[in-house]
Design a protein around this ligand. Structure first.
Ligand SMILES: C[S@@+](CC[C@H](N)C(=O)[O-])C[C@H]1O[C@@H](n2cnc3c(N)ncnc32)[C@H](O)[C@@H]1O
Length: 213
């Protein structure tokens, strides 16, 4: 293996040097814990990476699958120009309500639309929309189904990013669980799909990014 294996000290160096997680984002995590919302939001460096990708491609329309309490949604919405918009899909009412509270606190309620319901069904209602950037971070079993539903909605030069694609190392297990099988299917699909160029970036728990041709 070439490169430097990451350890706690190196990770802290990267985050301390490059990642500005403000009080609002920190408070989302604190409030989530108090309200017993699972602490499965992306890590701050992952948030900064999504933010940068969105800026790099001048994205205006962002779709997120899996809002939780709005942590990643806020990172992404902050990267958008004034006329940009994030549409985020969430199945759990409790998460949706907390997300909306947080969008208000961030002053981003006009830039973010949350659609409540099962993402596979909600995606059928978005077939006339076009997106520059999609972030897939919901039920891992369905990750490749989400790719199939969104690939036809992408603008050329857009990016699809999918989270947890290392599955905390389980992608190389001999007997992967169902959720890991979903991720393995996703990674294989986007590695082989001729319509995209992809790479699994080993940031946090793995983020597979696909550039739409
Ligand atoms: C990992 S969390 C999302 C974390 C969020 N992206 C962040 O980093 O702040 C996954 C979210 O997807 C939601 N979810 C799970 N299955 C879903 C489905 N079928 N449709 C829509 N949302 C779903 C869960 O309720 C949960 O809030």
């Amino acid at each position: 293996m070439k490169g430097v294996p990451l350890n706690e000290k190196l990770y802290d160096y990267i985050v301390d040097t490059f990642v500005e997680e403000d009080d609002l984002l920190k408070q989302i995590v604190i409030d989530s814990e108090a309200k017993k919302i699972p602490l499965i939001q992306i890590a701050p460096d992952n948030g900064k990476f999504l933010y940068l990708l969105i800026k790099m491609i001048n994205a205006k329309r962002v779709l997120e699958i899996g809002a939780l309490a709005g942590y990643s949604t806020i990172w992404m919405a902050r990267a958008l120009p004034d006329d940009g918009k994030v549409t985020t899909l969430e199945i759990r009412e409790k998460h949706a309500e907390e997300s909306k509270n947080n969008y208000r606190k961030a002053g981003l309620e006009n830039k973010i639309e949350l659609m409540l319901g099962s993402a596979l069904e909600t995606l059928d209602k978005l077939q006339n929309e076009r997106f520059d950037f999609v972030f897939i971070d919901a039920d891992k079993e369905n990750s490749s189904n989400y790719f199939d539903k969104v690939i036809g909605l992408m603008n050329k030069g857009g990016i699809i990013a999918c989270d947890n694609t290392l599955k905390f190392g389980k992608v190389v297990d001999e007997n992967p669980d169902e959720s890991t099988k979903g991720i393995l299917k996703y990674n294989k699909k986007v590695a082989e799909d001729a319509g995209v160029e992809s790479l699994l970036v080993s940031i946090s728990d793995g983020l597979t990014i696909s550039l739409v041709k």
